[in-house]
Design a protein around this ligand. Structure first.
Ligand SMILES: O=C(O)[C@H](CS(=O)(=O)O)OP(=O)(O)O
Ligand SMILES: [Mg+2]
Length: 228
């Protein structure tokens, strides 16, 4: 088994874990506490069309701002607590949903909130290669995704055999993720957090930084998300 870390594009044809710690991965993961069906969409226009045919609630943002005509933004807690009789959610986000489009492996959604659970599932289903894919921000590195990958990789590494290979990049993220003293402050100072704080979404950052609060593991398959 090979375990690697990438930015935006997966290196694996086996299992990929998409990590957008602020906030898409957490939103996709908590959405299943309120909705039976969750459909990711790559553009707001497509999301609006799908929501009409599926009679769904629309959630999403661009650059952190809730989209016009959408009921909810990209907030894990607001999606989880939204009161509705509809059972389907359509979600479009700036980075997280976009990078899933081109993946041709089995795709799991990972974040701080489900790090241990998604690690366990990935090890269970992978046969040759697990690649952790950081969503990043506007095609660039995002520290929160690197640290969340480190958290997930920490749990994956515990399951590996001595013959399995883990990349140095992946090891680096594990080491960085163990710095508990500076972890929260570093995330609160990232570019993504600064934008979210300006828009009044500080409580979402606090929510997304919590480690292992859920066992929900979500898989992206046939253009839909499903709880596995
Ligand atoms: O809404 C979010 O948390 C971000 C916005 S931004 O691109 O970081 O400004 O989107 P996401 O797709 O969750 O990274
Ligand atoms: Mg993000």
């Amino acid at each position: 088994m090979k375990v690697t870390l990438s930015l935006e594009k997966t290196q694996s044809k086996d299992v990929s874990i998409v990590v957008d710690a602020l906030r898409a991965s957490a939103t996709m993961t908590t959405a299943f506490n309120n909705f039976k069906k969750v459909i990711p969409s790559f553009t707001p226009e497509e999301a609006r069309k799908i929501a009409k045919t599926e009679n769904a609630v629309l959630a999403g943002e661009r650059l952190g701002k809730k989209l016009d005509g959408f009921q909810i933004g990209n907030s894990p807690e607001k999606v989880e607590n939204y009161k509705t009789d509809k059972d389907t959610l359509v979600l479009t986000t700036t980075n997280g949903t976009r990078i899933m489009e081109a993946m041709n492996s089995t795709v799991l959604i990972g974040s701080f909130i489900n790090g241990k659970a998604v690690a366990k599932k990935a090890v269970e289903i992978a046969t040759t290669h697990i690649d952790l894919v950081m969503a990043g921000r506007k095609h660039n590195f995002a520290l929160e995704d690197y640290l969340a990958c480190g958290e997930i990789l920490y749990w994956i590494k515990k399951e590996l055999k001595s013959t399995d290979e883990i990349s140095e990049y992946a090891i680096g993220s594990i080491l960085a993720s163990r710095d508990e003293e500076n972890f929260k402050e570093s995330i609160l100072n990232t570019h993504s957090s600064q934008i979210l704080k300006k828009l009044g979404h500080t409580e979402d950052i606090t929510y997304c930084m919590q480690k292992n609060i859920t066992n929900n593991v979500v898989m992206y398959k046939n253009n839909k998300l499903e709880l596995i």
